[in-house]
Design a protein around this ligand. Sequence first.
Ligand code: SF4
Length: 732
Amino acid sequence: MSKLIASAAIRGANILVKHAEEMLESAISKHGESFTFEFPDTAFYLPMIYAMTGFAVKTLGDMKTALENTKSLLHEEPEKDLWKPYLGEALDSGMATLFAEEIILALRYIEGLEPVKDPETGYEYNGFITDTIQRNLGIQLVDGSMPGFAAIIGAAPDDETAVKIVRELQEKNILIFLSGHVNGNSVTKQLLRKNVELGWDTYIVPLGPDTEHTLYALDWSVRASLIFGGKKPADYKGHLKYTKDRVFAFALVLGDLDEIKWTTGAGAINMGYPAVCDTDVPVIHPTGVCTYEHVDKEFDHGKIVQKAIEVRGLKVIVEKPPIPVSFGSAFEGERIRKEDMFIEFGGQRTPAFEWVRMRELDEIEDNKVIIVGKDWEKRFEQGGKMPIGIVIEVAGRKMQKDFESVIERKIHSNINEAQGVWHMGQRDINWIRINHNAKKEGFTLEHIGIIQNVMTHSRFKSIVDKVQTTIYLDEEDVLRVQEEARKSYHERDQRTAGLTDESVDTFYSCLLCQSFAPSHVCVITPERLGLCGAYNWLDGKAAYEIDPTGGNQPISTGETLDSLKGRWSGVDDYLRKASGGAVETMNAYTIMDNPMTSCGCFECIVAIVPEANGVMIVQRGHTAMTPVGMKFSTLAGSVGGGMQTPGFMGIGRNFITSKKFLYADGGLKRIVWMTKNLKDGLKEAFNERAAEEGVPDLLDKIADETIAEDSEKLLEFLTNVGHPALEMEPML
Ligand code: SF4
């Protein structure tokens, strides 16, 4: 290891620990040692300290203890004439730095200094990354739509270069964290000056203006190990191996480095994250702690992203249709405000629909885009609004009618991933906008067709042999074909409504989350979707046809061992193998006896409320207290990581209105508390199901956060309204 880097890392760690000590002393004299603190919306205290040491820092007094312990990781700077391998000392110092930085940032939160608001631009940085955001990103992390994470520290030589680097990362769907500065200038400021949209939706997340704010990204990545990996607090070896093997992060350090950057970098190297700098730094090439090189340099900003990808060993495969704007899931969250809009379609303003229909191979011409409309170019050039009907016709030897809806659901991402083009809704309630910039770049309606053809081929390779897209732009055509489409939507709905667990002999597994939660297996049945809510049985079936060796495998149900609880011999056999022996058996229809495991990206948690003889349901993003005395983040901490936890279970939101929801435990009538968000969002389907169960007014008898946040008040309410759960068989 370079002596220069080791000395700087050791020096930086000493500086930061001292700084943390001074800040802590002043905070204790102001607030006292028993003053409590927690970062917003996390169940993991000060996550880095908690993960590595198992010590839960809850008070200023705890911070003092943690900081004392941190000092044992500090070292003396190597003497001038002493040459030796310093890797161990530098890595120790890096870890001490991360602990000190975590305490410094916590203390800044206490003093109301975080998240930082830039006095110059008024921009408010993200600050600490919550558990909710981490779980929200679960799917992108595992399905390949977000293959890696880049922390950019410092500032590019000029604003244009900053935009170029960030756009390149966005096109590769890499999530970008920004922190640090060089003489007050930073990539965040450079992007703001260039009007680049920042935030989670565009994969560009400015954490804070200082190098220390990089810790928020590292805190986030170590929680992946706690949440998804099921690694225990204090298992520091396990955490470091997990982050190295499963979290594909790296740093781009732009501009000059100081001790704080070097020592934070040494902390990141502990976790397996290398750095590529654009200045003439000593490199660290021997592999070991990181998968490949630890520190490297690249002066050409046109090559620096590629270099970092190689150094981290990241696999990035991005399919880009030939269109004049950028394309990738990082652009999916872009919004188009009215002032930026050039033209829009649908959204109740004009008639519109989108429809995927299966055709015979000889009925369509592959990759053809047909646009039907009188003088459509002229009308398009005027901007404003236009009707639109998009018909995507697909043919293939392995294509099935059931896959139409699966392909149709991807229209949303296909269109949204084009920069400057926005899509919402589906079927005949779709809404599309194109902004002025995209129009200026030469984007036309033909490109919408090209995107559909290319992306349908790319996403559904083995079931689609031919794709042809027709776009209707005259109102009468749109209305006429829309009627045909509506008949087809209706037929499909009828078909899927008839799908029950008993009507099939094959379920599908989803193993995508195993890249983060190695023992977790989602068993997807016609009446139970995956717990992230993103995959249903038809998706599983289509995904298997598309990629027979991929993450969705058929599970032959075999003999039914328990029809009430939902247990099958074939499912048990499969689970034993696919979970690496961690799961022996599973019951799909009960929460009390070997329920399905949870990975961490579940949409909702169901938890038993013993006092009320029922269950409560809380969705991700709900940050208030629940009647079991735990917030979502705390509950999630004990449910995830591929564990079976009787009485607690992660589920997809739509499972609540399935006939098989807690079927063996009494079904819907067991729900005694549910957030208002869930009650409002599921109202129609819920009331229908409740009526089938003979309790049409059940939703009114279920409490929410506006009625009760503790079990006492909950019980009082349930007794007053005569909730059926109080009369049911005891759950325990
Ligand atoms: S269905 Fe299950 S395993 Fe698959 S991505 Fe969703 S939560 Fe993960």
